[in-house]
Write a protein that binds this ligand. Structure first.
Ligand code: CA
Length: 229
């Protein structure tokens, strides 16, 4: 069965070009040209990936992404026209998996889509093995996608969960920001180290007693981060 992709984009020419490129690459493509229609369609659990433009009529792409994320882990690729939007796009509130800044080449778009689908598939396969990671009062259950601290459930976005899993699987070992980016966001991800730093900050707010004096996720100056068991 071909992977199905939803594109929400109001620029008709770009929409047509992206649709054409994806269809030629073997995807089944659905489209919407405004945010409200995109939301109606995007809520259907039939898509393997969703491509969202930030600037959309009726409901913008950021809001649309935020709403879809509330009950779906579907990979979301955002298309942005402005570099300033990037922090919000990958942010906690919005929760997109990746972004591309306009203009972009169709070749790069296809590479990105393939990488995101591969990661999603690997994530599903990894989730089949029931594994539990613990460190003092912190417990992460990979199969249940659950984190508890002092027996209280901690809400985690998919990327935060993946990052904490990576850290807890490598206790005492300094991980470079590049290693973290490659492992969580994939080798084709073009975002910079800020992506890692921002997610580390959010994780600390959730699992550290004093986020500014972390005892679990330690900054290794000039390198990256280390999880202390
Ligand atoms: Ca637009």
């Amino acid at each position: 069965m071909p992977n199905s992709v939803l594109i929400v984009e109001d620029e008709e020419n770009l929409l047509a070009a992206v649709k054409y490129a994806l269809e030629r690459d073997g995807y089944e493509v659905f489209t919407a040209t405004d945010g409200a229609t995109g939301l109606d369609l995007g809520r259907q659990p039939i898509f393997d990936l969703i491509i969202l433009d930030v600037m959309l009529p009726e409901l913008d792409g950021l809001e649309l992404c935020r709403i879809l994320r509330q009950d779906s882990d579907v990979p979301i690729l955002m298309l942005t026209a402005k570099v300033e939007e990037i922090d919000r796009v990958i942010g906690l509130e919005i929760g997109a998996d990746d972004y591309m800044t306009k203009p972009f080449s169709m070749r790069e778009l296809l590479a990105r889509v393939r990488a995101m689908l591969r990661r999603a598939r690997m994530g599903r396969e990894a989730n089949l093995a029931p594994r539990v990671l613990t460190s003092n009062t912190l417990m992460l259950e990979i199969d249940r996608h659950s984190v508890t601290l002092n027996d209280k459930q901690v809400d985690m976005r998919p990327k935060e969960f993946a990052l904490l899993t990576l850290l807890m699987e490598n206790p005492g070992k300094a991980l470079t920001r590049d290693q973290i980016l490659d492992s969580i966001w994939g080798k084709n991800y073009v975002g910079d180290h800020r992506t890692v730093d921002v997610h580390i900050r959010w994780l600390r707010q959730k699992i550290e007693t004093y986020p500014h004096r972390p005892k679990r996720i330690i900054t290794v100056r000039g390198i990256g981060y280390r999880f202390e068991d």
